[in-house]
Design a protein around this ligand. Structure first.
Ligand code: ADP
Length: 252
């Protein structure tokens, strides 16, 4: 088994061509170890979402390679990527993306049913208990608070036992208290089960739940910190004020 959950090697992503070209990622190389909680931060437009999408096989790099576990993504067609994502990745987005007509349990088990698999009842019960929704399993999303809906989305991401949970601004639509609950659950997922979590966030308080924070600026990884406080992360982020000028990027 590999030590990394995700590996990016010299990944570039360019949208458009010629004078219209936007270089969203400019040669990103990084290993995300198994069992780690990594946050990805940077100014708006620095490439955070593109990074997450390339790492998760939702988007294809222009050049470079991406490994999810031992599997290399380049060269895979859309059908193969979809299958790989179903097997190896779980997703939590800012919008909860729940199906309104389905119950909590039905929403959580949807990815399994889409993959033609039966839910393992014991694991399903554990996941539901872990996110604290044991007394809400028959409810519809509209009967839940925002924080509870995001907990359903987290359970849905975990139920397939993915190698990596990718979270894109998972607390962006939540108030401070419910955001802390969801972040605590993500932290617990890593600590209790050795899961790997990769989370894009603009919030230093959210990033402080991670073991490691990567800073992107202008499509380049310019810095990283480990086990840092929200204050320290905020200061580092503010230091990117020039938004990834070459001088900033050259420091690493
Ligand atoms: P962030 O998540 O840090 O805000 P993104 O990864 O969304 O940054 O975007 C990085 C750059 O790539 C931005 O300049 C953005 O406008 C551009 N970009 C992102 N997606 C597309 C797309 N589908 N087509 C064209 N440009 C894009």
């Amino acid at each position: 088994m590999t030590t990394h959950a995700v590996r990016l090697n010299t990944v570039t992503k360019t949208y458009g061509h010629g004078t219209q070209a936007v270089h969203a990622l400019r040669g990103v190389t990084v290993d995300l170890p198994r069992g780690g909680f990594t946050a990805v931060m940077g100014p708006s437009g620095s490439g955070k979402s593109t990074f997450l999408h390339c790492a998760a096989g939702l988007d294809t790099p222009t050049s470079g390679t991406v490994h999810l576990g031992e599997v290399e993504l380049s060269g895979m067609n859309e059908t193969q990527l979809t299958e790989l994502r179903r097997q190896k990745a779980g997703f939590v987005f800012q919008a909860f993306n729940l199906i309104p007509a389905l119950s909590v349990t039905e929403n959580i088990t949807l990815p399994l049913r889409l993959a033609g698999a039966r839910p393992d009842r014991a694991w399903l019960a554990e996941v539901i208990a872990r996110v604290g929704l044991g007394d809400r399993t028959g409810h519809r999303p509209s009967q839940l608070s925002g924080g509870q809906q995001q907990r359903v989305a987290l359970a849905r991401a975990l139920v397939t036992r993915p190698e990596v949970v990718f979270a894109d601004e998972p607390t962006g639509a939540l108030d401070t208290r419910t955001a802390a609950e969801v972040l605590g659950l993500l932290r617990q997922v890593v600590d209790a089960t050795g899961q790997t979590v990769v989370m894009v966030t603009h919030d230093p308080v959210a990033a402080a739940y991670a073991d490691r924070v990567l800073f992107l600026a202008g499509g380049t990884l310019v810095d990283e910190v480990w086990s840092a406080s929200a204050d320290a992360i905020g200061r580092r982020l503010a230091g990117l004020g020039g938004y990834g000028r070459p001088a900033e990027a050259a420091r690493c």
